[in-house]
Write a protein that binds this ligand. Structure first.
Ligand code: PMP
Length: 360
């Protein structure tokens, strides 16, 4: 089999042992004679998969009992609409604009018309290369929430210290650093994440929401209503069963590795190897403000489009997949999620050194 290092921002690399376990159970899950894909979502076998997935996630993230865990569909993008629809109708919703995904969240909330959307901080003035200050004085205490993006996948910034929002709940798009940084769930009102980076295959979206924040909205379409999903244990309709099964395997793997704090430690070590190279190189540089740098998505550039292109071509030829930067920013981007191996970062650094010696 061809060996590659997959630097994709998502869908992203999964732990090999998880894929092998899924393979070993594929055609005959627990001696049922069926695969998980073929099981009824109402069967006791699947009931136990979804229950275990939730229990493991609660354990890994220390999710308090007064939070619901929902396994939904529609991607993180669907949450750009569901969050304001459920939490902020006829109310004020505050947003921190830290990048392309935050902008989409803002624009979707504005479309609803019934939500008074206000952007209280933005880093757009410098191409989203830093995390703006979020001042408590700018947060009206009657607002429904403050929406942040904990990790900006495209721009490579992270909010490490949560803002003081007083009594206003923080809603977080945690798509690209859930289970990678050890945040305290109790500091948030709602967390959402598409699965395809640190959780499992695309098609599953995880929502963790404080109970008192749901069930307040007027009548909503059932599929858009957190309360209906919560009351039905994420089984109002057919949930993404195979995605939930894969997520369960990934949660087991994270637990075996030592949990989220261990993931964070390893991710920091991996990121430091690359940042050290970028900072000591005369050719490569990072556009991001050092204290706001993401450990999960690391953009870097040579400052010369032709050289970026050449580097990307050589990287691809060397078996480094998906290293090309997002089409909106160019350059390179190394996404180093939980399952990305340290050896892959070392190999990338070797290639960068070689490239610099030949082209610097
Ligand atoms: N938010 C962030 C921070 C993301 O990185 C992404 C996907 N890359 C999204 C939202 C959109 O997610 P989805 O494709 O699951 O809708």
């Amino acid at each position: 089999m061809k060996t590659v290092y997959n630097f994709s921002a998502g869908p992203a690399v999964l732990p090999k042992s998880v894929l092998e376990k899924a393979q070993s159970e594929l055609v005959n899950y627990e001696n049922s004679g069926m695969s998980v894909m073929e099981l009824s979502h109402r069967s006791s076998l699947f009931e136990s998969i979804i229950k275990n997935a939730e229990t493991l996630l609660r354990e890994l993230m220390t999710i308090p009992d007064n939070y619901k865990v929902l396994f939904l569909q529609g991607g993180a993008s669907m949450q750009f609409t569901m969050v304001p629809l459920n939490l902020a109708q006829n109310k004020k919703a505050l947003y921190v604009n830290t990048g392309s995904w935050a902008k989409k969240a803002i624009s979707e909330a504005k479309k609803l018309g019934t939500v008074d959307v206000e952007v209280i901080a933005s880093s757009e003035d410098k191409n989203f290369t830093y995390i703006p200050e979020i001042n408590k004085e700018d947060i009206p205490q009657d607002a429904a929430y403050v929406h942040i993006t904990t990790n900006n996948t495209i721009e490579g910034t992270t909010i490490y210290d949560l803002p003081d929002t007083g009594d206003v709940p923080i809603v977080a798009d945690m798509s690209s650093n859930i289970l990678s940084i050890d945040y305290n769930v109790a500091d948030f009102g709602l967390i959402y994440a598409g699965a395809q980076k640190n959780i499992g295959p695309a098609g599953l979206t995880v929502v963790i929401v404080r109970e008192d924040l749901i069930g307040q909205a007027d009548v909503l379409s059932a599929m858009l209503d957190y309360d209906i999903h919560a009351k039905n244990g994420s089984m109002y309709n057919t949930p993404p069963t195979y995605g939930i099964y894969m997520a369960k395997l990934v949660f087991e793997w994270i637990k075996e590795q030592g949990g989220v704090s261990q993931m964070e430690k390893q991710n920091k070590e991996k990121a430091m190897i690359l940042y050290d190279e970028i900072d000591s190189s005369a050719l490569f540089s990072s556009p991001v403000n050092p204290k706001d740098r993401s450990i999960n998505n690391i953009p870097f550039i040579t400052g010369n489009d032709e050289l970026d292109k050449k580097f990307n071509q050589e990287a691809l030829a060397a078996g480094f997949e998906n290293l090309k930067g997002h089409r909106s920013v160019g350059g390179m981007r190394a996404s180093l999620y939980n399952a990305f191996p340290k050896a892959g970062v070392a190999a990338l650094v070797d290639l960068m050194k070689k490239f610099e010696a030949e082209n610097g």
